[in-house]
Design a protein around this ligand. Sequence first.
Ligand code: F6R
Length: 248
Amino acid sequence: MIEVDGKETLGELSSEMLAELVEKKPDAVLGLATGSTPEDTYKKLIKKINTRKLDTSRLTTINLDEYEGLSPDHPMSYHAFMKEHLYQPLGLSEAQTHLPKGDAPDLYEEAERYERLIQECGGIDLQLLGIGENGHIGFNEPGTPFTTRTHVVDLTANTREVNARFFDRLEDVPHRAITMGITSIMEARKVVLLANGDRKKDAMTRLIAGAINEEAPASILKKHPDFTIIADKAALAGIPADVRANWG
Ligand code: F6R
């Protein structure tokens, strides 16, 4: 676990991990997340890639999730977020970048296609994660079986309310999404979870100090052989000192 002072260092360390991977393995498969947490990571990664003149032509990116019903050009879609924050600035092509299609005619078939795609790409080298206030990873809400692969989910009222800040009105937030499953995430060769701010305190306390339990989806990550948390003091403030001391 790496404790940082704030968002700036969080973005710096996580972007450095990604940049080093791109440098070492130009055909790496990056598992990426959307949301406010990784925005700085992407900003800094773009700078590092440009300054170090790293080759991105053979990279593949695979994102965690997408809302049901939003086409790739819908401004609130995760497609649009990734295009703006990473794909366009780096000049990544459509063939290199993948998200589930939220406007696919059959969401269940789309989930199966997406899971096959992850396998066909040879698996994910580094999966970047944020964490929901309710402990979700991807859109795997509390109670999701640990055995899931990419699947269709009903978003909880809490997730819709929290994410309403990106939409004009709460009613505009879709009720369902496609997300990589817990097993899909656990199969990534390396997992890096980012958390900052007070509103992540409860979720991080449950992840670190609580039992491994499907009600706390992120808790399974403690079984991953290469799992790193990068979090700021506010997000870690609820963790008892003895638990902190015993964490690797
Ligand atoms: C995003 C995702 C979510 C977010 C989580 C935290 O692709 O899968 O699990 O990582 O909801 O979101 P922010 O970073 O906006 O607090």
